[in-house]
Ligand binder design. Sequence first.
Ligand code: SAM
Length: 277
Amino acid sequence: MLKAIPDNSVALTVTSPPYCMGKEYESGSDVTDFVVAHNAILPEIVRITRPGGSICWQVGYHVRENNLTPLDYIVFDVMKRFCEDVVLRNRIIWTFGHGRHGYNRFSGRHELILWFTKGDDYYFNLDAVRVPQKYPGKRATRGPKKGEFSGNPFGKNPSDVWDIPNVKAKHIEKTEHPCQFPVAIPQRLIRALSQKDDIIFDPFAGSASTGVAALLENRRFLGAELNERYCEIARRRLFDATNGDAKVRPLEQDVHVPSPNSAVAKRPDHFWAQRPT
Ligand SMILES: C[S@@+](CC[C@H](N)C(=O)[O-])C[C@H]1O[C@@H](n2cnc3c(N)ncnc32)[C@H](O)[C@@H]1O
C-alpha cells in the first residue's frame, strides 16, 4: 500500500507500530524485527510526506524477561541514518495514571511520541492547541503593560509532557483492540501539525484512533491495517465519526482527581503505619 502512495502527498503521519513482543497482532517477537521493519518503512514514510509535513511515531518499550529496550532510540537512529532532511522537533512524554503495578521495578507510566518534520520550513499551529494557564488571572506588575493580564488569552503551550488517560477497560473509547491509544493524542497532533482537508496517514491503524481524530478535525484519513477484525472496528468507528456519533474522551477534559471525601479515597488508618525502611 505504501509503495502506491505518491511522493509528497501526506501532511502528517501519526502512528503506533507493533512493539514486536509476540502479541496476537504482531508478526515479530524480537527487537531485531522492530529494527528491520523500521529500516524498510521509515524511508517510505518520509518519501510520501510533503515538505514541511510531520511524522509522529508513538512507541514505548520492548520488554523481554524484565529487560527494557526503549524503542524511540531505534526510531530516532533509523531516521537519522536513512532519512536526510528529517529533523526531530520534540520527544513528547505521554504519561498516564493507570497500568500494571511493578513488583521488581517502578511501575511504567509513560510512553513517547517522537515528532519529526520533513525539512526546516514546517507547519506548526501552537494557538490551535494551547491549554489553560495555572494562573490565567495573573497581571504584569511592572513595565508598560503593568496591570494587564500577562498570559496569552488563548492559553499556554501544552509542553512536551502530556498527561492523557490510557485506554483501559472503562475508557469510553475502549474497543476489542488490545492496544489503542486515546484519540486525544492524534487529535492534538492533527490540530497543531496539519490544516483542514489535509491527508493524515496511519500505517498501523488498529482501531483507527488516528482516523477518528482526523475526521473530527475535518481532515482526510488514509490508514492500513492487516487484521480483518480490527479493520471492522476501524470502519465502524470511522463511520460513527462521520455521522457525529464518535465516542471520544474530549481532549480538554481534565484528568480525574478523586474527591478527598470519597470513602475509597481515604487512607485506612492502619495503612503505612509500619512502612519497611
Ligand atoms: C499498536 S497497534 C495500533 C493501535 C492504534 N493506534 C489504535 O489506537 O487502535 C499496531 C497495529 O498494527 C497492525 N499491523 C501490524 N503489522 C502491520 C502491517 N504490516 N501493516 C498494517 N498493519 C499492521 C496490528 O494488527 C495492530 O492493529
